[in-house]
Design a protein around this ligand. Sequence first.
Ligand SMILES: O=C(O)CCC(=O)C(=O)O
Ligand SMILES: [Fe+2]
Length: 349
Amino acid sequence: MNSFQLANESSPLSLTPNFILPEHKRPNLSQVTSLDSIPIIDLSYYDHNNNNPSSLEVVHNISKACEEFGFFQIVNHGVPEQVCNKMMKAITSLFELPPEEREHLSSTDYTKNVRLISYYLKVEGGEKVKMWSECFTHSWYPIDDIIHLLPEKIGTQYREAFTEYVKEIGSLVKRLLSLISIGLGLEEDFLFKKVGEQPRQRAQANFYPPCPDPELTMGLQEHTDLNALTVLLQSQVSGLQVNKDGKWISVPCIPNAFVINLADQIEVLSNGRYKSVLHRAVTNNVHARVSMAMFYGPNPNTTIGPIQELIDEEHPLKYRNYHFSEFLEEFFKQEGKRRLVKEAFELPR
Ligand SMILES: O=C(O)CCC(=O)C(=O)O
Ligand SMILES: [Fe+2]
């Protein structure tokens, strides 16, 4: 795959035109603020068997983060550091394979379970501008069915690391969904039951090589995640930015933390109370950056719509009910555009 070719050998600091965004789509990095920050939540203060003040505070802080930012980081979450490190190493090795060895994985067919993709943005005139990233994506449920789909070529290292990682993330997601359910005033297993029967789970390993001019291009264009909840692990190189009240704020790298991102289905289920917010990944010209997004979403046959208990006079019904498969269809229809997927299911005011 020739994703990161430069304009010519003698001028390595110029990008080929197919990576250069029109001016109004560029990251405008000088405008990004680090004054505001997404909350950091220490999960060790939560005791499942005890309604003590510190447990209630954890639930409260998560709920507040979901309302105000749609994003938070968690520390002391119980996932062993070495499991995460192994996963990051395996992803790095995958993207270090010579292009000809990973080329056969790339595909634009989104019905293919395992594939390497390059995202793009369609600009005026229908032209495609490539993002400065490569993403390796596949499902993660049920893990025993997936693991043999991961090609031999990418090695046992990834398979082994992923098998361990997935178990940890599976139970972390369950804990997070119960904390989020309690925060919404629901039974603690509510969201897990709603999303959890044969969920649609996708993993996406993102790779952002150093970019000669980070002001001209983007690692991943602004988007919201289409699933219910995303658990993101990032290497110690910053690049993720979250939109808060129209301003971009950067997400600092904290050792052994996960970034938790509420996605579209929870926004809809919570009738708009919890936010699925725009985020993007920018590049830098020094270090390669790697991240692993674990997307957790409903089965395509699941009916999604605002939870009855969260609708009242003050919070009138905001979205119509739909099968998640309809949502996916709309999502793929908007490929390459600034996606407005959940907006397509909003009810008129
Ligand atoms: O690399 C990142 O930090 C962001 C990744 C992301 O937003 C995604 O994979 O949906
Ligand atoms: Fe995302």
